[in-house]
Design a protein around this ligand. Sequence first.
Ligand code: PLP
Length: 419
Amino acid sequence: MTNKIFHPYTPFSSIENGFPNIVRGEGIYLYDDTGKKYVDIVSSWWACALGHSHPKVVKAIQDQAAVLQHSITGSLTHPNVLALAERLADLMPTPDRHTVFASDGCSAVEASLKIAVQYWYNIGRPEKTWLIGMDQGYHGDSLGALGVGFVDGFHKPYEKVTQHPAKLPLPVSTSDDPDGFEPGRKVIEQHADKLAAVIVEPLCQGSAGMQMYPVGYLKKLADCCAENDVLLIIDEVAMGFGRTGKRFAFNHAGIDPDIVCMGKGLTAGYMPLSAAVIKDKLYNTFSDQGEKDCTFYHGNTYAGHPIGCAAALAALDIYEAESTVERGAEMAEKMKQWMQPFAEMDCVKELRFLGMIGVVELKPEAKAQVPEIKAKLFKDGYLFRPLGTIFYLMPPLVIGDDELKGAVYALQQAIEEFC
Ligand SMILES: Cc1ncc(COP(=O)(O)O)c(C=O)c1O
């Protein structure tokens, strides 16, 4: 069969050899059409926290598809979306929230950015329109998301069509400023009169290469935003639902964000569904009863899709019933121990850990070996997706001891062979 797919994030030079044709998933494994199995070490782009084919999610999807496959949430509602909005509000520090549903991470981010801008318009401060993120942040590939998150290595062609009025500098710890927040504080204070919102990936900039920063930064950022009348949007699309050892990464900092974006783990990767959970302080300003119409004229066809919501409700039940987050946190400790031998390797620049994210960054001179290491791992049945010289493990949270040890060992062997 010819290949007519425009594969995302896929160099053309890799296309001619063809790709595995994945036909089945079960647990932490994906199977191709020859029967070969692969450990899904990146949880299918960080989404499949519960692994593949969990019978309870599959059943929830099947049952819902048989009853109501789609109905919109514009001036209509349905039981699943009502239940899910309630559940999400209850997961927040306080339940005074409403949820905008969308279909994937970047569409939740887009909604959150527009809500932030319109909030200031609604309350009579229309000059507050700037939306900023952290240098090398990533919030999806739509143009709005690129305006607040821009990874130089990926997004250069779009530089001139995206606007970055300012950026939070990358946090750099110093002895005077261990959390590395003070340069960010300056940016916020300087532009507070124009800033609508700041958006960040909490504790770990994933696409920038799993770059982690201190909990204290997040706490100071939240305080600074509140002091300067700037909304704080926390993008939990990648980190949410247990990846960092708590349900949400922002929980580590004990903060209460104005808007929280979720995707990926919301349905454990079973259906495209995302959400922006909004504080009622913002929601309540979207009235059409005042002098101006403040209706939120924004929506996606599949916002609150009934089957997506059924998958999310089932996933949330499983996270609770199987203590997935707590189990993941325990597993994370083991992963960290098992990965310590990498620190002894000459070609390794740094190890980094945050919950169930384990990173081995190779020295820049090992760049040429990355494709060979990746190919060996692939041959051995491990689907790694390095970012530059950064190999990372971000497996389903349900991975077992032996499977995780096996993946760590496979990476160690592959690096040893080529570096
Ligand atoms: C932090 C973050 N936000 C948003 C997105 C975009 O999500 P999606 O690819 O579902 O649009 C991603 C995707 O990796 C992400 O890591």
